[in-house]
Design a protein around this ligand. Sequence first.
Ligand SMILES: Nc1nc2c(ncn2[C@@H]2O[C@H](COP(=O)(O)OP(=O)(O)OP(=O)(O)O)[C@@H](O)[C@H]2O)c(=O)[nH]1
Ligand SMILES: [Mg+2]
Ligand SMILES: [Zn+2]
Length: 400
Amino acid sequence: MPPKRRKGRKVRVDFRQNRQQRRRGDDWTRRYHEDQDKLVDERLTESVRAKGELSRRRTVIVTDDDAPLVEETLWSSGVVTAVHGLVCRVSDAGGQPWDCTVRRVLRTLLIEQRSSVTVGDRIWFSNHSKSHDGEAVGVIERVAARTTTLSRRDRRKREHTIVANADQLLIVASIARPALKPHLVDRYLVAAAKGDLRPVICFNKCDLAPEAVDLEEEAEPGPGSGDAPRGALSTDDLFEEFSALGYTCLQTSATERIGLDALRRELAGHMTVFSGQSGVGKSSLLNALQPDLNLTVKAVSRDTEKGRHVTSQARLLRLDCGGYVVDTPGIRQFDIWNVEPGELEACFVEFTPYIQKCHFRDCHHTDEQGCAIVAAVESGKISARRYLSYLKILAEMART
Ligand SMILES: Nc1nc2c(ncn2[C@@H]2O[C@H](COP(=O)(O)OP(=O)(O)OP(=O)(O)O)[C@@H](O)[C@H]2O)c(=O)[nH]1
Ligand SMILES: [Mg+2]
Ligand SMILES: [Zn+2]
């Protein structure tokens, strides 16, 4: 009996003709004539398009999330561990690595949805074979619906999903070299709340003398921020502030091997994304936990005390203690993606008891009359520093 097919819905998708006539003899067409795949990708950025280029349409069967149905008898499942351009590194159920391209029809669908295959995606792939140089290669046919996403807004103001399906976000900050940036931690906390990931904050380099945190450097005056804290704050104060909010906070040293057991306990059985500025020690912590990972690390710049952006791509790694981690490249700025102003207040956990008490139901907690959040800041129940972070993100949303 042939394998039973699951029911799916038919959709029409654009298909580019393989042997397309050149419509315009200009460089723009010629440049991409040979490289059809690149042309599909160009649709994201190129508004000029020769008429009829994507005129052929084909019917494919998809499930509710618009992905082609799984051909379970022929396809293997796996997880994407890294993405290099159009090639995804995939680890199958047995841990064998494969280099997979994405089936064009699937890529077209993903482009329509402004999405692409990313690290952590659970996928099915076909056409397993060995390439001429002996690499195991395949073709990704389907991507499973994601349970969570960690996303940020990229420079083109689009969603950049850094990792899919993780359940924890380890926010790594160093207490010195580079100095701690509490506002960046607040931003990650918002992204974790939005993406449904449990945040854990890791204060690394605790073997060094802590540098005072310069709040003025981070602050940006806004409405209601007149009484905002100025000057310096100690890293101990920040550790206590985040702990008091209910977040799990750890103190570690990758070089002196401090706090590694506690970190390992948090990671075991989870899929955790390591995030934070460049140079805070994300890769060093992973090497300390498991030396055979052998990740590249580099000293921070002597002049600026900033990291050198050593890790350049997100990579999913398996830990011997059970669990998966994703080492990610350090970023300077974490732009929040897709959080509406009305949603932002819920990402600041300490606001929750006061939100209902504001005079106006749609209060943005800036300069409205009878705002319970502003009153709580004034009476010291909500940290002025955190409130300022909220205002800063809110102001940024209004600008974009
Ligand atoms: N003193 C001290 N130095 C550390 C510690 N952890 C990391 N470092 C040093 O910090 C520097 C940067 O570490 P990396 O692990 O490359 O930092 P990263 O966060 O992975 O940086 P990117 O990959 O650029 O995002 C290296 O010189 C490490 O040796 C620590 O706990 N204490
Ligand atoms: Mg790194
Ligand atoms: Zn209010």
